[in-house]
Write a protein that binds this ligand. Structure first.
Ligand code: M6R
Length: 614
């Protein structure tokens, strides 16, 4: 949540920071601001998108000319509404310290009371502002400690999560940064340094980065950077080379990131499998878990924890692992798991799934599972993310940066990883080598099948026309397609703001059937698998109550056309691989409905890409 970019070097800072904010806007977009130093501290901030800040900069940005260092922020509100005064940076009373912050300061209200009683005045309703006044207070109390010492001492008073960047006109050639719970990365350029909440705004300048760990601080000057713990212990940091290009994080000719990411899926799926499966040998090689595979196979139970779309992938993981590897699996919302005192022992394996690798609830579930002695494994997309680093072993999904807030390619990548995991856990135990070969062969064919579904984009757009004015929608599926029904409903509601629910089709008669009338579109996943006959009965039940059915069916199914004119056909596949196909038309349907309704598809209201607060 929220995006941070900082720069120190030889170039004009303001345009560079603005450009960085544009790349970070997917992390938060309700206000934006920047502070630069050109002899004096200059601050501009504005409610709304980075575009609004750009306009302000065009009008009054001359004051920022000549500045070759600065910090900037794009915000997603947690404390205080989206407004100019709640936008970051926040300043101390004498306006010589500026601070930007990602995260939440949990004890901010007691700190604020204390500071108010000492004469400090607050300009905003944010939790973040307490930090800048705290820094001011400790620095005034002992001027010899400097900016670095002041930040260090101030942070000792703070509970909560933060990624911060601080600058001061009293020490003008320095940016002090610190991290606890909110990611920060330093980009190492040629005679210049960048600081950001993720690599997206850095990658066009340099591919060399240093990730800060929780509890670390860095002082970045024009020609150097040093990293220490908040307790002041020097740290040796490894420089990582990023392997994704700027082109990959731009829209690549599509109107929206979401559409680009939907269409990238065949390629992404190949990337996920690349080097990991050998179809003819029936081999699955999962480097990140190889050393732990025997322990994983011996697990008494696997618990999968995740949130949102990643939780839906987890449900599919449950079906896959139980069917093939015969290990009992439970799937928990990370937010429930962490607060319900779950029974977890050292015989359990806990798998956390997260695209961003930074989701606060999933991270907390991971830490709890670790405390209880479970072997904790991660499935993450963002390389070097906190969850990826804190798990004992794991697998990256290699889906590349996902910018659209609605998760699409990350979901299918997660499902493929879970499928490969199920095969690895089954090998030599529960299914024959021949079956593994067969399953892997079918998996390898999925990208091409997905490409065929994507060719139906125009037809799917036509069907979306029939959904666009709905106020509610119901999604039904059974077996492996039940989690897909949940995911389809989530996609529709989060980007088009149409209320939608997903149900196991057989549950319809236990309540939701009461909702069905001519105004209720029902999207039914009716592929040819072992529940096909049952799902046809569900369709009849909907039709007899005048519900409008949109069906996702298997190619060659003529019967379904007798039941509804609105059918999207997908290639045949065995049940376990169907989610990778059936979800594609649902992603496209939501996308088209949302664009037809004029919604901001990539940045739906009230949502952020990475939910790093509870
Ligand atoms: O980054 P994560 O996978 O941990 O995020 C979890 C959810 O916030 C996320 O999947 C969310 O539900 C999707 N953006 C919905 O499309």
């Amino acid at each position: 949540m929220c995006g941070i970019i900082g720069y120190i070097g030889k170039r004009e800072a303001a345009p560079l920071l603005l450009n960085g904010l544009k790349r970070l806007e997917y992390r938060g977009y309700d206000s934006a601001g920047m502070a630069v130093l050109n002899g004096q501290m200059q601050v501009l901030k504005q409610k709304g998108s980075v575009g609004n800040l750009e306009e302000l900069l065009n009008v009054s940005g001359t004051v920022m000319l000549g500045a070759t260092m600065g910090i900037a922020h794009t915000r997603w509100a947690t404390h205080g509404d989206p407004s100019d005064r709640n936008a970051h940076p926040h300043m101390n009373i004498s306006s010589d310290i500026a601070l930007i912050h990602n995260g939440i300061i949990e004890n901010y209200s007691s700190l604020k009371k204390e500071l108010l009683s000492q004469g400090y005045e607050f300009e905003s309703d944010t939790d973040s502002e307490v930090l800048v006044h705290l820094i001011d207070r400790v620095w005034k109390a002992d001027p010899s400690i400097g900016l670095e010492g002041a930040v260090r001492q101030a942070l000792r008073h703070v509970d909560g999560a933060y990624g911060i960047c601080v600058v001061s006109s009293r020490e003008p050639d320095k940016i002090v940064v610190a991290r606890k719970g909110s990611p920060l990365v330093i980009g190492l350029g040629d005679g210049e340094f960048f600081i950001a909440s993720d690599a997206a705004p850095i990658v066009e300048h340099t591919n060399k980065v240093v990730y800060l760990l929780d509890g670390e601080m860095a002082v970045v000057t024009r020609d150097n950077y040093t990293v220490k713990t908040i307790e002041n212990v020097e740290q040796q940091k490894r420089v990582t080379e990023l392997d994704f290009s700027l082109e990959k994080i731009e829209k690549g000719g599509y109107e929206h990131f979401m559409l680009k990411e939907i269409f990238e899926q065949p390629e992404v799926m190949r990337d996920v499998m690349r080097g990991r499966i050998r179809v003819e040998e029936g081999r699955v090689q999962l480097g990140g878990i190889e050393d732990y595979l025997d322990r994983l196979k011996q697990a008494k139970r696997i618990v999968i924890c995740a949130c949102g779309t990643s939780w839906h992938a987890g449900l599919i993981g449950e079906y896959l692992i139980e069917e093939f590897a015969r290990i009992p699996v439970e799937v928990d919302y990370a937010s429930e798991f962490r607060y319900r005192n779950p029974i977890v022992t050292s015989d359990d394996v806990v798998i956390v799934i997260s695209q961003s690798g930074e989701t606060a609830d999933t991270l907390a579930a991971l830490r709890l599972a670790k405390e209880k002695g479970a072997l904790v494994m991660g499935i993450c997309n963002v390389v070097g993310s906190t969850i990826a680093r804190e798990t004992l072993c794991g697998m990256y999904t290699h889906a590349g940066p996902e910018v659209g807030v609605a998760s699409t390619k990350a979901f299918t990548a997660q499902v493929i990883v879970l499928f490969m995991l199920a095969m690895a856990l089954s090998k030599g135990r529960t299914i024959s080598q021949e079956e593994i070969k067969l399953n892997l062969r079918e998996l390898a064919e999925v990208p091409e099948k997905v490409a065929r579904i994507l060719e139906q984009n125009d037809a799917i757009r036509e069907i979306a026309l029939k959904l666009k004015d709905a106020r509610n929608a119901l999604y039904l599926g059974r077996g492996y397609n039940f989690p897909v029904a949940l995911e389809g409903a989530l996609k529709l509601k989060e980007i088009s703001y149409i209320h939608a629910e997903g149900y196991p089709a057989a549950e319809m008669k236990h309540g939701p059937i009461a909702l069905i009338d001519e105004d209720m579109p029902v999207i039914v996943i009716a592929t040819r698998d072992n529940t096909y006959a049952k799902i046809l009965s569900n369709i009849e039940e909907v039709r007899s109550r005048k519900g409008r059915v949109i069906a996702i069916a298997s190619e060659g199914d003529r019967d379904i056309e007798q039941l509804t004119p609105d059918v999207i056909f997908i290639p045949q596949a065995s049940a376990a691989l169907l989610p990778l196909l059936t979800v594609i038309p649902l992603q496209l349907l939501s996308y088209h409905v949302a664009t037809m309704r004029g919604c901001n598809v990539d940045r739906p209201r009230n949502l952020a890409k990475s939910v790093t607060v509870e």
